[in-house]
Design a protein around this ligand. Sequence first.
Ligand SMILES: Cc1cc2nc3c(=O)[nH]c(=O)nc-3n(C[C@H](O)[C@H](O)[C@H](O)COP(=O)(O)OP(=O)(O)OC[C@H]3O[C@@H](n4cnc5c(N)ncnc54)[C@H](O)[C@@H]3O)c2cc1C
Length: 230
Amino acid sequence: MPTEAYDIVVVGGGTAGTFAAATAASEGLDVIILERKSADEAGHIACGDAIKGTSTFPDVIDRNYLKSESFTNQRIQRAVFENPRGGSVDIDFADNGAVLDRKRYGEVLIEEAERSGADIQYNTVVQDISQADDGTVTGVHATRNGTTYTYKADITIDAAGALSILQDKTDFTGTYFDTNVSYSQFCSAYREVLEVPDPVEYDDAIVFKPTDELGYLWYFPRTATEITLD
Ligand SMILES: Cc1cc2nc3c(=O)[nH]c(=O)nc-3n(C[C@H](O)[C@H](O)[C@H](O)COP(=O)(O)OP(=O)(O)OC[C@H]3O[C@@H](n4cnc5c(N)ncnc54)[C@H](O)[C@@H]3O)c2cc1C
């Protein structure tokens, strides 16, 4: 089984993984991100595409580059909550939010992690972790194109998202880690990006709209005519 060794292995090339990798790599550590998606698909996450508070993002990524590449609507000033029984509540934001092109946003975060010195392996699905007899996590096992690889590291970071398998694969006996999360506590989500023929009147807002049946839809205007629904 091919084996590679790093200071840090990061599982998942989403927001958490890329920021973690960029932070560690910019401190001179040898870091690899393992991402199950292809290079073309990586960065594409089902999301409402709204963002707020980028000024608090760590400096390891170039925020101006991120904004210029991926923020499509920077004038989001309020959230509108429509009440199913009628009426609505407007909540003004103290600072503007933005709606973005989520794929380009994810791609830029990966570019920035690489610019900081992190490596990334695409098409690499982490299947299991390796643990020493004393419980220390010593790395992961992953498959790429039918071959299983072992990645050894002093630190393994689980950034594989809400449905990460790593927590299930790790023996947490003797630790204080909370493993009491049931899959019944997750729900499915829907997301679509729509082109509408006429500009919407709420392109400065995100809108929380009750549906005819149970539930809500969020409207996130990327532009006045391109709306993310979820
Ligand atoms: C429908 C929906 C709408 C949302 N809207 C918003 C919003 O408008 N604004 C907002 O701020 N947040 C929103 N969120 C939440 C936001 O998407 C998450 O908080 C965020 O994506 C979490 O980032 P992450 O890096 O932890 O995980 P993720 O973004 O899920 O990234 C995990 C990465 O790990 C990879 N991966 C997973 N398993 C493996 C494996 N075994 N091996 C290798 N790679 C693996 C995945 O391919 C992925 O690239 C929304 C979420 C949903 C579901």
